[in-house]
Design a protein around this ligand. Sequence first.
Ligand SMILES: NC(=O)c1ccc[n+]([C@@H]2O[C@H](COP(=O)([O-])OP(=O)(O)OC[C@H]3O[C@@H](n4cnc5c(N)ncnc54)[C@H](OP(=O)(O)O)[C@@H]3O)[C@@H](O)[C@H]2O)c1
Length: 316
Amino acid sequence: MRISRFVLGTMQMGWIIDEKTSHRVLDAALEAGIMTIDTADIYSKWGEGSHSGKSEEIIGRWLSGRGTREEIVLATKVRGDMSERPNDVGLSRKHIIASIAKSCDRLQTEFIDLYWSHWPDEEVSQEETLRAFNKLVDDGIVHYIGASNHTAAELVESLWMSDRYGLGRYVAIQIPYSLARRRDYEKHLLPVVKKYKFGVTSYSPLGGGFLTGKYTEDKLPDSKRAETTKARYFKNRNFKIVDVLKEVASRNDCTLPQAALAWVLSKETITAPIIGVNSVEQLEQNLLALELNLPDDDLKMLDEVSDWEDMDFIAR
Ligand SMILES: NC(=O)c1ccc[n+]([C@@H]2O[C@H](COP(=O)([O-])OP(=O)(O)OC[C@H]3O[C@@H](n4cnc5c(N)ncnc54)[C@H](OP(=O)(O)O)[C@@H]3O)[C@@H](O)[C@H]2O)c1
C-alpha cells in the first residue's frame, strides 16, 4: 500500500481546531495530494467540551460529505482508555473487536487501511493482540496493521509471534522523530527498521511547534500546547538547534518549519512524517517543504547540532 509523502495528523481536530477548520484543512490536504490521514480513537479527548472519538467523527462527516473514501488511506489506533469501564482500554481481544466497530461507525467507513496499536499493553500478550488483529484482517475490516510507540524488543517479539503462529505482521511503526528527538529512533529502532523492512511514519516533526522558532526562553506563543511543548522541549541543546535552523532557513529563503520538515524528509528510512496543523495557512506553508532540497552542508550542520552521541555519553 502506497502512502503520500506527508501524512495528515488529526490530533488537533476537535481539540485545537473546530470542525469547519478541520474540514478546510482536510480539503486543502487532499487537493495537495496528501491522501493519507492519521487519527486515533482517543483523539481528541483533551479539549474543553471535547471527547474521545471526536476527531474520528469529524473525519467521518468529511468523508461522507466528500465521498472520497476510496481515494484515502485511512489510519486509526486502538489502546487508549475510551471510558472508565475496565474493558474499554488496552490491546485485549475484547477491546480490539469492540473498538474497531466503533471507530468504523464514527469514521463512516466499512474498513480501515492501517490499524495501529497506539502503544504497548504490558497486561496482554502480543499473541492475543496479533490474533485479534488477524481476525480483523481476515474479515476484510482492516488491511494492514502497525505498531506505534513500541520498543525495538517489542517489535522483534511481535515478529517472532507472527512467524511462530503464522499470523500477519506489523508492517509499519509510528514514533516521534525530529531534530529535537532523534536518539530513540536512530539508536534503538533504526537497525530493526532496516533489517525487517518496516515502513516508518514519524510524528511531531516540529517538536509540537517548538522548532518553528516561536518559542523563546522568556515567552510562550499563544498555543493550547505551549505548556506541554515547554515541558518537553525547553533544553539548552534544543535552543541551539533553533539557532542553527534560523541560519539555514535564512540561507535557503525558507521558514523554520520548512527547514525542520525538509531535514526529516531527507532521512531515507522515514517513509512519511505525520504533520499536524491548526490552519490551512500552516498546512500550505509546511507543504512547501516537499519542494525544498537543503544543500548537504546545511543538512550536515543540522545533523551536527542535533547529534545525540554526547547525550549518550552523559547517559552512560
Ligand atoms: N502515535 C502517537 O502516539 C502520536 C503522538 C503524537 C502525535 N501523533 C500524530 O502525529 C500528528 C502530528 O504530531 P504533532 O502535532 O505533535 O506535530 P508537530 O508538527 O510537531 O506539531 C504541530 C504543531 O506545530 C504548530 N505548527 C505547525 N505548523 C506550523 C507553522 N507553519 N507555523 C507555526 N506553527 C506551526 C501547530 O501548533 P500551534 O499553532 O498550537 O503552535 C501544530 O499543531 C498528530 O496530529 C497525530 O496524528 C501520534
